[in-house]
Design a protein around this ligand. Structure first.
Ligand SMILES: [Zn+2]
Length: 471
């Protein structure tokens, strides 16, 4: 079948064939660094992380660029509020973003360009637009003239006349059309500014993505992504600028992830249901958040709640437990040897259908159940290839990022703390029981097992040692 991707531009799923064989060039709009990232950002970041991972799983070399918007009105306003510089605000939140990126387990992009480090490219692009008659000056500001680009509205399927008719009255009177947008803004006193042919100022928001995406990926590139909220005006304006400047498409396919609601309400600071990534990762595993988002299709809206995340965490734990159990029953055989090709094919079929992660996960969990049944019968060796395939598929989604024993040990530590027990004393009891069994003191071994069971702990003896699990 081949990979099919829903392209917002055409409104249909299309067979994905990269421009250059074996290589995918992808750009995703990054964050404006003026505040902490919230879980709406996390959804978008995880969506494109899974797309990135899956393209690599298919064997592509992926050039993935995600920018930082580090100059913007919001950053300047935040700096004024805090009595600091725009640069200091941007640096602080870039640091914080990198912490979040790491905590979420995202693969790093190939490039993470910052707008303020690409002024020459931005100015050159604006100059070209002015030369082509697609931009006009008003004092020290420069605007893009949307009526000079015939394709305006093609991504968002909006008609220019309707947009203009619907424009609010308080629109900037200096613009020729209400839909025109700033390419360059003259700076006010005390604001960050750069020299340009139009006087000191700074770039508008949209132009940086046009300049930086094509600097690193060339125009046209394969995939451009972002949240749905960016379709209009941001991505529409990126297309207008880049295509007016070079007469070539900007990107061949546009991917947009759906919105996120909190307990069926829109997330907002005023409703008090605004969660940062750090809030959430303070109370849940990153893998649980990832599993939760992946259990809906990336284009569907998602409703977020703590209970849903608890459920998602149990699912992730099941995968880890199964892999751990297999590793104990068949020591050394998870990493060496062939993975079951039929299962990998099925996984690929689901993911090739516009990254259908809910169905890919269903496949993984079905296998997890079946592997456990087989291991109950002590026949782990007969399913080694399938266990490897399950691990490979889970890894392709970013769900098995650490050794299972580490994940499970952390979960147990948290559970035992909550129960007022200690892992050490449990492990000590297991060792006592092992010794009793070696000495054939069966009643003593049974007594210890029963005592643990009373605390909510079940034991399983495997060739790789005794596993304990919380009920
Ligand atoms: Zn952008």
């Amino acid at each position: 079948m081949g990979l099919q991707i829903y392209n917002t531009l055409s409104g249909a799923k299309e067979l994905f064939v990269p421009l250059k064989e074996g290589e995918v060039r992808m750009y995703v709009c990054g964050v404006t660094v003026y505040d902490s990232c919230h879980i709406g950002h996390a959804r978008s970041l995880l969506t494109f992380d899974v797309i990135h991972r899956y393209l690599k799983f298919l064997g592509y070399r992926v050039l993935f660029v995600r920018n930082f918007t580090d100059i913007d009105d919001k950053i300047i306003n935040r700096a004024k509020e805090e009595g600091t510089s725009a640069k200091a605000v941007a640096e602080k939140y870039i640091e914080e973003f990198k912490r979040d990126e790491n905590a979420l387990g995202l693969l790093p992009p190939t490039e993470e360009p910052k707008a303020t480090e690409h002024l020459p490219e931005i100015i050159e692009l604006i100059r070209r637009l002015e030369e082509k008659g697609a931009a006009y000056r008003v004092n020290g500001d420069l605007f893009f003239a949307v009526d000079r680009f015939g394709g305006y509205g093609k991504l968002s399927r909006k008609k220019l006349e309707e947009l203009q008719a619907g424009a609010r009255v308080e629109v900037d009177e200096r613009k020729k059309s209400p839909m025109d947008f700033a390419l360059w803004k003259s700076s006010k006193a005390g604001e960050p500014s750069w020299d340009s042919p139009w006087g000191p100022g700074r770039p508008g928001w949209h132009i940086e993505c046009s300049a930086m995406s094509t600097k690193y990926l060339a125009q046209p590139f394969d995939l451009h992504g972002g949240g749905r909220d960016l379709i209009f005006p941001h991505h529409e304006n990126e297309i207008a600028q880049s295509e007016a400047a070079f007469g070539l498409p900007l990107a061949r396919a546009w991917i947009h992830n759906g919105f996120l609601n909190i307990n069926q309400e829109k997330m907002s600071k005023s409703l008090g249901n605004f969660f940062t990534i750090q809030d959430i990762l303070g109370r849940h595993e990153a893998a649980a958040l990832r599993h939760y988002f992946l259990s809906s299709h990336y284009r569907s809206p998602v409703d977020f709640s703590d209970q849903a995340l608890d459920e998602a965490e149990k699912g992730v734990e099941r995968i880890y437990e199964t892999v751990d159990r297999f590793k104990h029953m068949q020591p050394g055989s998870l990493d060496a040897g062939q993975a079951d090709a039929a299962l990998l094919d099925e996984f690929r079929d689901e993911m090739d259908d516009d990254f259908n992660t809910p169905r890919a996960l269903a496949l993984i969990f079905e296998e997890v159940r079946s592997l456990n049944r087989t291991m109950d019968e002590r026949k782990a060796s007969s399913v080694a290839a399938r266990a490897r395939a399950v691990a490979r598929c889970a890894e392709a989604l970013g769900l098995l990022q650490e050794p299972p024993e580490d994940f499970l040990a952390r979960k147990k530590r948290r559970w035992t703390e909550q129960q007022g027990l200690s892992s050490d004393s449990i492990e000590a009891m297991i060792r006592q029981r092992d010794q009793a069994r070696r000495q054939k003191h069966w009643s003593e071994a049974d007594r210890i097992r029963a005592e643990l069971q009373e605390k909510g702990i079940t034991l399983e003896d495997t060739p790789g040692g005794t596993l304990w699990k919380v009920k």
